[in-house]
Design a protein around this ligand. Structure first.
Ligand code: GDG
Length: 506
């Protein structure tokens, strides 16, 4: 049965585990995060599909189970798994996406690695995703594609299925033409994105950059420009835009360009944070800390997350402020998603080296200034750490959004704790009530952490109340509703495949 909604996301939407020699599919352990939200969209359609890849030793093996039918709380949907060899995965994902695209998206030109890219393989894998989506989609279905590793899918899909509505969401930043146009495949990528009906980003700066890139490469007209909502134009942060193009025209087609930040499930996190289990865990953490303040930093190990710069700032803090020795601890959670990749192995090594040096320079038998955690902390414990922390120190050099900052605020139903947030995280646009800092400046990093440590209870409460108001307004549900509204709005954009069917009313 064909689907009304096809989600194209490179990972499968469940955990596949072998139990007693049999493969079973389990709900993802953490109900938090983007995958459960995407699955919840299937509750709005009669039939949904998800397209992902799965590693296969021999993609031609007839025993490879290509499609799995799932029936769960979200509804009925199938998962099409594209069999990719380890070599294809490494080429399309680890090399082209992570070594060439990722640094450019985050404006790290110097990390961009062109040499190992095998463009024909990238095309081939994207074509396979497009074919699979085309095979699943009903006439006028919505095909919703996620992230840069699938950039060529919209163009191929439009050739295969001119009738479907195509929406593409970027979870990363999108840079200005001076940076993006470093990619030699820029025209092919942008032409593919211009085959969409909706191109989505977290914040107006990224959609604005995308439109500038498109206009640098093609005859693209801006059909509509809108003012950005007042609460998103607070003065002083680096990523603020005051107006943004929201519709463009290319070769007679209208494309909606959307800026809508992904949020977190505030109710779920608040409930967990208020639970008795969390209170018990917080008590244990606080007891261990004694009268020391806890600074908490959580991220994937990645040069974009600014782990090294933050550790160096902590080292300067201990140098500058002998009064804080034994009075402050940094819990630096840096979990590597891709240990195999050279760039991530190197950064993990540097983080370990700096943390070791700080502990060697300042620590004693009773006090280790840095607790470096390199393995994932279970989410319920993470909530307890959010709750126990005096300061959440979130200072990426570039970050599409940064959900850790929002999770921290969601957990602080007690309206306590301070968020120090980099102005280069997309989240800073909404979260101006944080102590906003520039991670490229020692002075700014140092004064932000001083300010956070010294902040009185009253100011903490006021800032946290403001932060909680915005993360509730821009929560995960608001994001999901806006995405559905956009799928429907495509019908009004005047493109050929408009039929008036809606997803938001279901
Ligand atoms: C990409 C973009 C954008 C982290 N450590 C642990 C753990 N986490 C969880 C956090 C949070 C998630 O991982 C990280 O989300 P972020 O948004 O911070 O960052 P990316 O993974 O880089 O995600 C980003 C996002 O997509 C959404 O569009 O915001 O900018 O780069 O949920 O809680 N979870 C657990 N243990 C850990 O140790 N359980």
């Amino acid at each position: 049965m064909p689907s009304d909604l096809v989600i194209v996301y490179h990972r499968q939407p469940y955990e596949e585990v072998v139990k007693d020699g049999k493969t079973v599919f389990r709900e993802n352990k953490s109900p938090n995060g983007i995958v459960p939200t995407l699955k919840s969209f299937f509750g709005h359609v009669e039939k949904g599909s998800w397209i992902a890849w799965k590693e296969a030793e021999d993609p031609a093996n007839p025993e490879f189970e290509r499609t799995i039918e799932i029936s769960d709380a979200n509804g009925n949907y199938s998962v099409s798994r594209l069999p990719l060899t380890a070599k294809q995965v490494s080429s399309f994902y680890h090399v082209t996406s992570k070594e060439a695209f990722w640094p450019i998206l985050h404006s790290f030109k110097e990390k961009y690695n062109y040499d190992p890219v095998d463009w024909p393989t990238f095309r081939e894998v994207n074509w396979a995703f497009a074919e699979a989506a085309a095979a699943e989609a009903n006439p006028d279905a919505v095909v919703w594609i996620h992230d840069y590793n699938l950039w060529l899918v919209p163009g191929y899909l439009r050739q295969l299925r001119p009738d479907v509505r195509i929406s593409f969401y970027h979870h990363t930043p999108f840079p200005a033409p001076d940076i993006f146009n470093v990619l030699p495949w820029r025209k092919e990528i942008v032409q593919s994105l211009l085959a969409c009906d909706v191109v989505g980003f977290h914040i107006p700066r990224y959609s604005s950059n995308f439109v500038q890139v498109a206009r640098s490469l093609f005859d693209v007209d801006v059909a509509k420009r809108e003012k950005v909502a007042g609460e998103l134009v607070s003065d002083g942060t680096a990523l603020v835009e005051r107006s943004v193009p929201t519709e463009i025209e290319f070769e007679g087609r209208r494309i909606l360009v959307s800026a809508c930040p992904v949020g977190v499930d505030v109710d779920f996190i608040s409930e967990r944070a208020n639970s008795r289990d969390t209170a018990k865990k917080v008590e244990i953490i606080r007891k261990e800390l004694g009268d020391a303040k806890l600074l908490l930093s959580v991220s994937r190990t990645d040069y974009t997350k600014g782990g090294i710069e933050q550790l160096l700032s902590f080292e300067r803090l201990l140098e500058r402020r002998p009064d804080l020795r034994e009075k402050v601890r940094l819990m630096h959670v840096s979990v590597s998603a891709n240990r195999k990749m050279a760039a991530y192995g190197q950064i993990q090594g540097e983080i370990e080296q700096i943390a070791g040096r700080i502990n060697g320079r300042f620590g004693s038998l009773e006090w280790q200034p840095v607790a470096l955690i390199s393995t994932a902390v279970p989410f319920k414990h993470l909530i307890a750490y959010y709750r126990a922390a005096d300061v959440a120190w979130i200072t990426p050099l570039a970050d599409g959004m940064n959900l850790v900052a929002k999770e921290f605020v969601a957990a602080r139903t007690d309206e306590d704790g301070v968020l120090v947030l980099s102005e280069f995280a997309g989240a800073a646009v909404e979260m101006a009530a944080a102590v906003v800092t520039n991670p490229f400046s020692h002075k700014s990093m140092d004064s932000a952490i001083d300010q956070a440590i010294a902040m009185d209870r009253n100011e903490k409460r006021k800032r946290m109340q403001a932060l909680r108001t915005t993360i509730r307004k821009y929560d995960l549900r608001a994001w999901a509703e806006e995405q559905r509204r956009l799928f429907d709005a495509v019908d009004h954009a005047g493109n050929e495949h408009a039929t008036g069917r809606t997803l938001s009313a279901a």
